[in-house]
Design a protein around this ligand. Structure first.
Ligand code: TZP
Ligand code: MG
Length: 210
C-alpha cells in the first residue's frame, strides 16, 4: 500500500451542521493521506452514497480510501481497501473476496497483531491507546506500552488510534508510532485543516528524531 502517516476516520456526530465531504476535504488539504468511511448507524444505501462521494473526493487528491465493515460497498465503489475488526469476517476469507485490495485489521493485544501479520494484513490499527468516546463497544485502553511492543516486533505498517489528540500525540510517537489516526480531534475541530497540519508536523518531527 502507499505510505501514509495521518489517517482520518469519518465521525459525523462530531461536526453537526457541517458536511462530511467538506470536513474530509479539509482534512486532506491539511495532510491526511488516508481516509476511512466509518458509519455504523446509516442504512446501507446511505453508506453506499457516502462511499461513492468519498471515493470521488479521495481519487481527486490521490488519497487512499478505506471502507469500514462493508466489503460489498468497498468493492462497489472501488475503494482501495477495507478495515475489519476482530469480530468481522476473518482475514483469509476477506482476502478471497477483495483480492489485492488493502486489508486493515484492528488489534488490541500483541497476539492479535502477530496473527494479523501472519494472515497477511496490509496494516493494523493499534488501540485504543487512550480512553475514547468515539467507539461504542470499545475495549480498555491498551496504553502506549502496546504501541511500543508493536513498534518493536511487528513488521507491517501500524497506525495508533483511540483518544489521540494534539496534546498527547507526542507520547504515542515517543512510544514508536510513525502513523497516527484520529476521529474526534480531527473532524470535531473548528480548524480541521490546521489540526491536521499540526499532527503532520508532530509526526515529521518525530521521524526526524529517529
Ligand atoms: N477504534 C479504536 S478507538 C476508535 C476506533 C474506531 C475511536 C477513535 O476515535 P477518537 O475520537 O480519535 O478517540
Ligand atoms: Mg468492523
Amino acid at each position: 500500500m502507499k505510505p501514509f502517516k495521518l489517517y482520518a476516520i469519518t465521525g459525523e456526530q462530531f461536526h453537526p451542521g457541517r458536511s462530511m465531504l467538506d470536513v474530509m476535504e479539509e482534512a486532506i488539504l491539511g495532510g491526511c493521506d488516508i481516509i476511512q468511511l466509518r458509519d455504523k448507524k446509516s442504512a446501507k444505501r446511505d453508506v453506499l452514497a457516502k462511499a461513492k462521494a468519498l471515493r470521488e473526493l479521495t481519487r481527486r487528491y490521490g488519497v487512499t480510501f478505506i471502507v469500514n465493515d462493508h466489503i460489498d460497498i468497498a468493492l462497489a465503489v472501488d475503494a482501495d481497501g477495507i478495515h475489519l475488526g476482530q469480530d468481522d469476517l476473518p482475514l483469509a476469507d476477506a482476502r478471497r473476496i477483495v483480492g489485492d485490495k488493502i486489508i486493515g485489521i484492528s488489534t488490541h493485544a500483541i497476539e492479535e497483531a502477530r496473527q494479523a501479520e501472519r494472515d497477511g494484513a496490509d496494516y493494523i490499527g493499534v488501540g485504543p491507546v487512550f480512553p475514547t468516546k468515539s467507539k461504542e463497544d470499545v475495549v480498555a485502553p491498551v496504553t502506549t506500552s502496546y504501541v511500543r511492543q508493536v513498534a518493536d516486533e511487528i513488521r507491517i505498517p501500524f497506525v495508533a488510534i483511540g483518544g489521540i489528540k494534539l496534546h498527547n500525540a507526542d507520547q504515542v510517537l515517543e512510544a514508536g508510532a510513525t502513523r497516527l489516526c484520529a476521529i474526534s480531534e480531527i473532524v470535531g475541530s473548528a480548524d480541521v485543516r490546521g489540526t491536521c497540519e499540526a499532527f503532520v508536523a508532530k509526526i515529521d518531527a518525530a521521524a526526524a528524531r529517529l
